[in-house]
Design a protein around this ligand. Structure first.
Ligand SMILES: Nc1ncnc2c1ncn2[C@@H]1O[C@H](COP(=O)(O)OP(=O)(O)OP(=O)(O)O)[C@@H](O)[C@H]1O
Length: 587
């Protein structure tokens, strides 16, 4: 939950703490290290918790930032403040190059890929003599402000503090923006994100680069605090530790990054002190106990520690304005013109013909029902129309233009929106935020606008549109709920509201009435009739016969992937082949 006001409170307390009389200087050093680790962990929350990409290799980006400034300030004598933008830019370029390869990996291959380059860069740093080999680079100058070098932990603390605060505020802004919602939509798979026009590859890369730049900033600070760098600080072990911080704090929670960094840094330090006294000998006991404690902790708090604290933090409800100018709507084709033209579409999976030479049209302003028993090919047809799958043969045209080779993202930009048979909402986003994703293509604020919160008017218009569509489906009162708390029936309706936010010409609904009660179905039917009256075309897959017969203008029946019949509901009802094949004679 994004809570406003919390950063300010946190900032005031944390700014004052080290200057309380009697506060041990050693703890100020520890706070500085927590700050450095927090920067990396904030990036990991965005990368892993929000974007769903687990990285063990983040320490390498800390290394890029640290080594860049080390070389520039020792070999070329640049001021650390001049080397800062260079270090961040270099880290960014490295992240683009590594990210282009890494973010394409999926499943287990992605974390394995990050382990591979995490190790590779450790040895690269260690083997390059120009970087000082495994001895690293020493003699790095301290940061200085107004000519005063910042040597002590107390002196450097405000710089670390400002860096962490900036990272928190910018990241919070980002996650609460159009781009941030696109990032958050990635976590539960990419199909729904693509169906609403989100460029998944570009968004993943942006997440990856952002996390890397925060790590690079941490590295820059680290080099000037430690005044020396060696590869050990940027190896795989450090990468694992950073990931643990994000997980311990709660990988999906921004403030969890700070908590996780704090817990891990302090725990490690305290264990290093206590354990040798207990065991009466040296050795890396702390790593063993540390590992065991973490495994135990994760058994009891799988979402990390932050959710336990978040309970006591009041959540802020988003204010939805009702006076902002509306988002631009899509032009509708004149009534009864052919909008969608499926022409001899065939789809085979190996030897199985899922859809066999199907031809039908959807006209502007009509509701077409697609019926058929389980496995008849309805979902496959949906996937062909929306670009999730491509036909083996045949053509699909929208307003006369071929769309059967286009990706889902481009098909949705032509005015095609859909719901899913298996609901695809992001459970830890509010209902309103989920629906707002539907308006992605009607708006344009980018990454930087999101970071700087320069997108407020557009954001208001998006949420106004989302709230309007939630009201239309009768769930306006649920807008501040987390989507994961909704019943299945309500979730299906929320998917319709999300699709309406795209202002589609063609709306594809996959079993929208499943899980709804009778009066809810009647309400849904009235809504769909209203949309038809506005000129929207609807392609509807539904098992509820009463619902389909009362609502649709025409029906296409599929059986074993082949078109069995097409006609008005009453014709379909009286068609003996349909009765026999599909309904076993009950119509
Ligand atoms: N990706 C795939 N790989 C292999 N076979 C598939 C794939 N997708 C669908 N099929 C097969 O194609 C046929 C049609 O499936 P489809 O899901 O389109 O039917 P449906 O009419 O939507 O059924 P239901 O009402 O159960 O969802 C089925 O035999 C199914 O097993």
């Amino acid at each position: 939950m994004l809570t406003r006001g919390l950063p300010l409170l946190f900032a005031l307390v944390m700014l004052a703490v080290p200057y309380i009389p009697g506060f041990p200087p050693f703890w100020v050093t520890l706070l500085n290290f927590i700050g450095l680790a927090s920067l990396v962990a904030i990036g990991l929350v965005v990368l892993t918790g929000v974007g769903g990409m687990t990285s063990f290799g983040q320490a390498a980006f800390v290394g890029f930032g640290a080594y860049t400034t080390a070389i520039l300030t020792t070999t070329y004598g640049l001021s650390p403040w001049v080397s800062l933008p260079v270090a961040l830019l270099f880290t960014m370029l490295a992240a683009v190059a590594i990210g282009l390869v890494t973010v394409r990996l999926s499943g287990h291959y992605l974390p394995l890929g990050t382990i591979a380059w995490g190790m590779a860069f450790f040895y690269l740093f260690g083997n390059m003599q120009s970087l000082g080999g495994f001895n690293g680079i020493s003699g790095i100058p301290p940061l200085s402000v107004a000519g005063v070098p910042l040597y002590s932990a107390h002196q450097i603390y405000p710089v670390v503090f400002v860096a962490v605060l900036l990272a928190l505020v910018l990241t919070r802004n980002l996650l609460d923006s159009r781009t941030g919602r696109a990032m958050r939509a990635l976590r539960k798979g990419t199909t729904a994100a693509e169906a609403f026009g989100i460029n998944v590859a570009r968004t993943k890369l942006a997440v990856f680069v952002y996390a890397a730049v925060l790590a690079g900033l941490s590295g820059w600070l680290f080099a000037h605090i430690q005044r020396g760098v060696t590869p050990t600080a940027f190896g795989l072990n450090a990468g694992i530790e950073y990931l643990l911080m994000a997980v311990v704090g709660g990988a999906g929670h921004l403030y969890g990054a700070l908590l996780g960094a704090g817990v891990v840094v302090i725990l490690k330090d305290q264990l290093q002190n206590i354990l040798p006294r207990l065991f009466g000998a040296g050795g890396n006991f702390e790593m063993i106990v540390f590992g065991a404690l973490l495994v135990l902790g994760l058994q009891f708090a799988r979402d990390g520690l932050w959710p336990y604290i978040a309970r006591f933090v009041p959540s802020v409800r988003r204010q939805v304005a009702s006076t902002t100018a509306a988002l631009p709507a899509t032009d509708r084709a004149p009534a009864a013109e052919v909008l969608l033209d499926v022409d001899g579409a065939t789809k085979t999976f190996g030897g199985l013909v899922a859809v066999n030479n199907i031809t039908f049209e959807v006209r502007s302003g009509e509701i077409l029902g697609l019926l058929g028993p389980n496995g008849a090919g309805k979902s496959t047809t949906f996937n062909l129309v929306t670009g999730v799958a491509q036909p083996t043969r045949g053509e699909i045209r929208l307003e006369g233009k071929r769309i059967d080779r286009l990706p889902p993202r481009l098909i949705s930009s032509l005015g095609v929106a859909r719901t899913f048979q298996h609901v695809k909402l992001v459970p830890d986003m509010t209902v309103l935020e989920n629906v707002a994703i539907g308006a992605h293509l009607r708006t344009g604020a980018g990454f930087v606008a999101g970071l700087l919160r320069a997108n407020r008017t557009e954001e208001q218009a998006i949420f106004q549109e989302a709230a309007r569509n939630l009201d239309r489906i009768g769930l306006g009162d649920e807008m501040h709920q987390l989507a994961g708390n909704l019943s299945l029936g309500s979730s299906r309706l929320v998917e319709i509201a999300r699709a309406l936010c795209l202002s589609p010409k063609l709306l594809l609904l996959d079993e929208p009435a499943a899980g709804l009660r009778r009066f809810e179905k009647e309400k849904l039917a009235r809504l769909l009739q209203g949309l038809r009256a506005e000129g929207m075309s609807i392609l509807l897959v539904e098992h509820d016969m009463e619902f389909v017969m009362g609502l649709t203008d025409r029906i296409v029946v599929l059986d074993f992937g082949t078109k069995l019949a097409e006609g008005a509901p009453v014709e379909i009802q009286n068609n003996p082949a349909v009765q026999e094949a599909y309904l076993g004679g009950v119509l």
